[in-house]
Design a binder for this molecule. Structure first.
Ligand code: KE4
Length: 432
């Protein structure tokens, strides 16, 4: 495929932007080659600056669950922007957005809007520390909660992809207050709690991990965290930036019937615009300024154009009912089963993890249930698979440590194109 314009843009971008990208994972470092620059997108497709068209299985890392430029989202943005772009003052759309989020996410009684998932998780942890008066937090190896200092210890996603799960620049003073447990391992959490009794403010977890590739919670794991946190006076934070409105209308907490004290949200709630949020029990949320002492603020928080996009998205999801999520699960299962058949036939080692419209293909013979088993997969094989799919016009996440995201724009016909490209690529890799 001709990539000349992308390559020229990348050369220029690297003289102006660190690594030529505004988020590291976009740089294709883990899969080789140079990143593509895109000019337009519609439905299941994105078109790059060389007029190559791709079926998109990243969907902006989750937000585009309805596919690109859905008419309802587009309409909401264009009509909102005719009235105002930003006030920096309260607006009706923020009240409506808070109402919709509180009505859809079971554990949220009050919610504060911010501008990214990172802001949401940073704020939720500060709130937990302020509310409990305790300093330490527990996170899980391989989970990613944005680039806040407290989280860049054993972090997943781009931090892992770039080989810096423990980022320079995070002070030892900060790092000492972040304790690392193993995903799906309740004993590892108990050991940390025992060794840091009465010092742990919060435990933050991706209820379905998406940042070491897609890794599901084992039966009883989330419930076990809930019971442990309740018993120990530790606030349980579900980081649902990725899973919120993705795995069910009420997110992973509704899907698994386990309810946290605080929830962080992002991605889908902005409909593609920069939006994050954190919310939870009234008694905790009332600890946030201006009613409470814990400070958090934002110039563009609740921006009216972003709220319009987010409201259009959430109202669409709310009006769809459960059939919406079972249809997404069905098409994702169709793709996963098709790739499974191909890998079985060609004799490659693999595990496919999937929940609803999140999935990952790991090239390993062992089950993948935490960071260590995810890291045991063959990244070189993934790299070949990624490049073969890209050359066939299928745009996968450029890292083994990312989840694929299926949108409602992916029809059965498009799924068959994905499977054809997959089989062609796997045959070229295996020479069969
Ligand atoms: P943002 O600050 O990127 O909006 O959200 C951070 C975040 C928080 N929590 C979870 C569970 C997340 O998955 C994320 C961000 N996800 C990555 C994709 N794995 C964003 C892509 C990127 O970093 O470019």
């Amino acid at each position: 495929m001709n990539q000349n314009n992308s390559n020229n843009l990348f050369q220029r971008a690297q003289t102006l932007i660190p690594g030529g990208v505004n988020s590291p994972v976009r740089a294709f470092k883990a899969v080789g080659g140079e990143p593509l620059f895109f000019s337009s997108a519609k439905g299941a497709y994105m078109t790059d600056v060389d007029e190559n068209q791709y079926i998109d299985l990243i969907n902006s890392w989750g937000p585009m669950i309805l596919g690109h430029c859905h008419p309802e989202i587009e309409q909401a943005i264009t009509s909102a922007v005719k009235k105002s772009i930003s006030f920096g003052a309260p607006t009706p759309s923020e009240v409506e957005m808070a109402q919709v989020i509180c009505s859809m996410v079971p554990s949220i009684e009050k919610v504060r809007m911010v501008n990214s998932g990172t802001e949401a998780t940073m704020s939720a942890v500060r709130l937990a520390r302020g509310f409990t008066g305790k300093d330490k937090i527990i996170k899980f190896e391989g989970c990613y909660h944005g680039h806040g200092d407290s989280f860049l210890i054993a972090a997943g996603s781009g931090a892992l992809t770039m080989g810096v799960p423990n980022s320079p620049g995070v002070t030892s003073g900060t790092a000492k207050d972040t304790l690392i447990a193993k995903f799906n391992d309740l004993d590892s959490v108990n050991q940390l709690v025992d060794a840091n009794r009465h010092q742990v403010a919060a435990l933050i977890v991706e209820p379905v991990a998406g940042n070491m590739g897609c890794v599901l919670p084992r039966e009883g794991f989330l419930q076990g965290l809930r019971e442990l946190c309740t018993a120990e006076g530790i606030l349980l934070i579900f980081d649902e930036v990725m899973t919120g409105f993705r795995v069910s209308q009420g997110g992973a907490q509704q899907f698994f019937n386990v309810y946290p004290d605080l929830t962080t949200l992002g991605k889908i709630i902005g409909g593609g615009m920069p939006v994050g949020a954190y919310g939870g029990k009234k008694e905790i949320m009332d600890y946030i300024s201006p009613d409470g002492p814990v400070y958090q603020a934002g110039t563009l928080s609740g921006n009216p154009v972003a709220m319009a996009a987010g409201l259009a998205m959430l109202n669409h999801l709310r009006n769809q009912g459960d059939g919406f999520y079972s249809a997404l699960d069905e098409i994702t299962t169709y793709i996963a089963k098709g790739i499974k058949r191909q890998l079985d036939e060609l004799g490659l080692p693999f595990k496919i993890n999937q929940l609803g419209s999140m999935m990952s293909v790991f090239f390993t013979k062992d089950p993948v249930y935490d960071f260590e088993t995810a890291a045991g997969s063959d990244a070189g094989l993934f790299r070949q698979y990624f490049q073969s799919m890209l050359s066939s016009g299928i745009y996968l996440p450029p890292s083994q440590y990312e989840s694929w995201f299926i949108s409602t724009a992916i029809t059965k016909e498009i799924s068959d194109q994905i499977l054809d490209a997959s089989f062609k690529g796997l045959q070229s890799i295996t020479g069969k």
